[in-house]
Write a protein that binds this ligand. Structure first.
Ligand code: SF4
Length: 511
């Protein structure tokens, strides 16, 4: 092993400025496509939009779909399904999925209760809501996708794809794989019953994810030849854009990706408000109110109308938020190093070097799921060394790692994978925790299927991204300071958030 190559790894780790290791998630990129100001409200301002109450339901429906789309949906696939066949197909999928649905509902109930973080119990419609949304998604899938496309050879779900060279990452709900490396991509819209029109965010997210799917199968985000379809499945329907995408749409995604990256890295690009303000011109949302307040405040700061005491607090919270965004890049440092090594030496040699440098770990195979009753946990798995003579181990309990199942002809960071925490590390056995029962079931189907000696598992370092959790309290602090220190001066909670008032402030800021 050449020493200079190992030195290269060290040099890369050192030379990567954490502020520039940032990666833009498809969901955030979609926000920037809707409105750059809206993105700035999330990063760096830390405003959280969305319906939190609905999140548990949407999350559980996602978990259910991620499991039943793998095998049960293809088993019931009927190409060209007629109108009369839709209902029976959906009911038969539901019937075969009953135990998965029941388990997912029960595990969510248990989790919400044990975490105790919601101060109100789950809505009494919780189970009905979940079943109804699963029914709606399956109907949309059968009516639009099954009708038009043949049964896929394989389905992968909840797959995280990272294209480091384009600083882009996203988790795709499902990809349907066909012969000759053809594929179709599907996102489930589980958080409400409306079609995918609203602000347009879901559509942008789908288009951004299509670029990632192109990267997974062709190694190039601009290679559309084998992409059969992309779709958002919503309640009893689907949005299926015409492919290939227009040049204008692709350019827009790339422009906003650069904007989001620059913002996260702290280069502070100037956001532009869209000509038509898709959020605030349609509905007076909470986010629109925050947009108005922050713009009003920066305008007043610019003309020197902010009291000095409050201005100090304001500057402090803003500076801290920008710093947190830059440090978010630390989360992705390992992926940057792995990707750069692969670019420099090719995948095989880079993996050998990274393994030798103890950055990645390769000698493990899936052994078994750990008995939940004995261990008081339902999400543990044993991975054992393939070579029992190898007694060295370098992983420590509580570290977060990503387990990748290497797939042929697919870039390493686009292969199926799952983030886990290390529960215990011994010379032969690594015990990993998938944190949730459903995540473990999903991994058994997608990561650990087949003869454990016939595929390779690669363990890479990973981190949990806590940026949003750190930014939100600073946003609250900022608001609290305004309410206490300048209660009547700067903001009025019932302030008019009409487009004309926002325009007035925006014009003031621009002038
Ligand atoms: S209120 Fe308008 S300008 Fe502000 S974030 Fe919303 S869409 Fe953008």
């Amino acid at each position: 092993m050449q020493v200079h190559k190992l030195m290269d790894i060290r040099r890369m780790y050192k030379s990567l400025l954490h502020s520039q290791n940032n990666i833009v998630q498809s969901t955030d990129l979609a926000t920037a496509c809707v409105c750059e100001n809206l993105f700035k409200l999330s990063y760096p301002y830390g405003v959280i939009s969305g319906k939190e109450d609905d999140f548990v339901v949407a999350d559980t429906v996602h978990e259910i779909m991620s499991l039943i789309a793998l095998k049960i949906v293809p088993e019931h696939w009927k190409y060209g399904a007629t109108k009369d066949e839709i209902e029976p197909i959906v009911r038969s999928i539901e019937l075969d999925s009953e135990s998965i649905i029941q388990q997912a509902i029960q595990k969510t109930r248990d989790r919400v209760q044990s975490e105790g973080r919601r101060n109100k119990p789950l809505d009494h419609n919780f189970e009905y809501d979940i079943r109804d949304r699963v029914y709606g998604i399956l109907t949309g899938l059968t009516r639009r996708i099954m009708k038009k496309f043949e049964c896929p050879n394989r389905v992968v779900t909840e797959i995280t794809i990272t294209n480091v060279s384009k600083f882009h990452e996203g988790t795709v709900d499902a990809i349907f794989e066909y012969q000759d490396k053809q594929y179709g991509l599907v996102d489930w819209k589980t958080y409400d019953l409306n079609p995918a029109n609203g602000s347009g965010k879901e559509k942008w997210q789908l288009l951004a994810n299509l670029l990632l799917a192109n990267y997974r199968y062709a190694g190039n985000e601009d290679e559309w030849t084998n992409c059969l379809f992309g779709s958002i499945i919503f309640y009893e329907g689907a949005f299926v854009p015409r492919l290939p995408l227009t040049e204008k749409a692709i350019l827009k995604i790339k422009k906003e990706r650069q904007f989001a990256y620059d913002m996260l890295c702290g280069f502070n690009p100037k956001p532009e408000r869209p000509d038509f303000c898709a959020v605030c011109d349609i509905a007076k949302t909470k986010t629109a109110e925050e947009c108005y307040r922050y713009h009003q405040e920066s305008y007043l700061a610019k003309i020197g109308q902010i009291p000095a005491d409050y201005d100090r607090v304001r500057r402090f919270t803003l500076a801290t938020r920008y710093k947190i965004c830059r440090e978010r890049g630390e989360t992705y440092r390992h992926k940057f190093v792995i990707s750069q090594m692969i670019q420099e030496y090719g995948e095989q040699e880079a993996l050998n070097l990274l393994e030798y440098a103890k950055i990645i770990h390769r000698n493990y195979r899936f052994e078994k799921v750990v008995d939940g009753i004995e261990n008081n946990s339902e999400s543990l798995v044993y991975l054992v060394k393939k070579d029992s003579a190898d007694k060295q181990f370098y992983l420590e309990p509580r570290k977060i790692v990503r387990i990748i199942r290497k797939e042929d002809n697919i870039p390493l960071l686009a292969c199926v994978s799952k983030s886990v925490s290390i529960h215990d590390a011994k010379p032969h056995i690594l015990t990993v925790d998938f944190r949730r029962y459903t995540a473990l079931q999903h991994s058994i189907e997608q990561l650990f299927y087949g003869d454990p000696n016939s595929y390779e598992l690669i363990v890479i370092p990973d981190e949990i991204n806590l940026t949003r959790r750190m930014l939100y309290p600073l946003h609250k602090l900022h608001r609290l300071a305004a309410d206490i220190m300048v209660p009547d001066f700067v903001f009025d909670n019932n302030s008019v958030t009409s487009p004309s008032s926002i325009n007035g402030v925006m014009n003031g800021v621009r002038s």
